[in-house]
Design a protein around this ligand. Structure first.
Ligand SMILES: [Zn+2]
Ligand SMILES: [Zn+2]
Length: 420
């Protein structure tokens, strides 16, 4: 999560960057081992600290392999690959954008993070050791090689500088506080963030701030608008509930409820995304800026439907859209116990299969009609039912038009009721 200051900085950085049209290509995402997400705590300083509840970076994935700087081989040894959840998320977010922009680039080599519980990572652990890398906020990333070989470059001449610069820029944009780069590479960035340092001619060292706040920029829409999640409740509380205010850009009445929800202080771990489809909202259209119905773009019983700008265009393939991938990453990261998707205009709570009982409860508490309706192909709740069994996800269809403050309050009370 980013502090307010970081949020503003990130927003400014986004505004400053001109955006190319949304990319079409995307690598299927996989990780050699599953990522066990936890809420990490980074204690002390990067050069004198510890890591609690760290997350292990898998040995390799679709977009990266890990490199052992001591044994000079891949994968890196498992105990050298622990970071805070935020660091791992930022890495994956940066790689996602990088491969959107450079689908043909070789996988990125990732070196040391921290040890499983952090602490000293000096020469006793091989080589010249690290002065920092102690509390899960530091990561070494090797520069892309010109020849595309899957190994760390050894000298500056082996480095693809354009790709290296792009990685640096993306880490800056993602909120890195320090990036150490090789003095010989001429890599640039804001001077307080990007600094040349000896021993960095084959990798960049990225440091992020510790998790300070409740706002998290999940990524950007096709047109470059930030998509943000807000953590409202107690991170250690349960259940964990996720509420999406608007996914179809012309059905955004639910945002009135999620804005109210943002001011609540429940004991549960409550997460809110006001706008998953900010481009559609800006255009006043159901679809995203590429004419895709995001709620037909999820990878469950997905089938090709319609074409660009037709009401239920599924997109060329599951998760072809940035916005649905952002939702996927958030949902798989959070594994919410309950997910609520606001839509319009049918004035009904709808669900299917394993989500029915919880949806019925919601309908009863909110005083709204419940209807069991089979999920259309490729919808988000359908995908969630398959990916996260036992964790209901359902749709609350609000009536047409704006939501009155009283009705918004009723839904807020209902959601808070589910948290008890
Ligand atoms: Zn380092
Ligand atoms: Zn809808």
């Amino acid at each position: 999560m980013l502090s307010r200051v970081a949020l503003i900085l990130a927003a400014l950085a986004l505004a400053a960057v001109a955006f190319a049209a949304g990319p079409d290509e995307h690598r299927p995402s996989w990780h050699r081992e599953p990522i066990l997400w936890k809420q990490s705590r980074s204690l002390g300083k990067p050069w004198a600290g510890r890591l609690v509840n760290g997350v292990q970076l898998p040995s390799e994935g679709a977009q990266y392999f890990t490199w052992d700087p001591i044994l000079k081989t891949t994968p890196n040894r498992p105990w050298r690959r622990w970071g805070s959840d935020r660091l791992v998320r930022i890495l994956l977010h940066v790689l996602d954008g990088y491969f959107d922009a450079h689908p043909e680039a070789p996988r990125v080599a990732v070196g040391d993070l921290s040890r499983p519980q952090g602490g000293t990572f000096d020469e006793r652990f091989g080589g010249i050791g690290h002065a920092s890398h102690q509390n899960g906020l530091d990561i070494d990333v090797y520069y892309p090689r010109i020849d595309g070989q899957e190994r760390a470059p050894e000298r500056a001449s082996e480095v693809d500088r354009a790709l290296a610069q792009d990685l640096v820029t993306r880490f800056v944009r993602a909120g890195a506080t320090n990036i150490f780069v090789g003095p010989r590479l001429g890599l640039r960035g804001p001077h307080r963030v990007v600094e040349p340092l000896r021993h960095h001619d084959n990798h960049l060292h990225v440091r992020i701030r510790r998790d300070p706040g409740r706002r998290l920029i999940l990524g950007r829409s096709t047109r470059g608008r930030p998509i943000e999640a807000v953590r409202v409740g107690d991170p250690t509380g349960r259940p964990r509930i996720l509420v999406i205010g608007c996914v179809h850009g012309n059905e955004c009445a639910g945002v009135a409820a999620t804005r109210q929800l943002e001011r609540a202080r429940p004991q549960a771990d409550l997460w809110v995304v006001h706008h998953l489809n900010p481009d559609g909202y800006a255009l006043g259209r159901r679809q995203n800026a590429r004419g895709v119905d995001l709620n037909r773009n999820f990878d469950s019983e997905w089938e090709p439907m319609g074409r660009r700008w037709s009401p239920e265009y599924s997109g060329p393939r599951p998760f072809s859209e940035r916005e649905s991938r952002i939702a996927r990453r958030l949902i798989l990261g959070l594994r919410p116990d309950v997910t609520i998707w606001f839509h319009q205009p049918q004035a009904v709570v709808r669900a299917w299969g394993p989500s029915i009982p919880e949806a019925r409860t919601y309908a009863r508490l909110a005083g709204v009609k419940f209807k069991p309706i089979r999920w259309p192909a490729g919808t988000a709740p359908n995908w969630q039912n398959h990916r996260l069994p036992g964790k209901p996800a359902f749709v609350v269809e609000l009536p047409p038009g704006p939501l009155s403050p009283r009705d918004a309050e009723r839904h807020v009370r209902t959601i808070l009721g589910l948290t008890q």
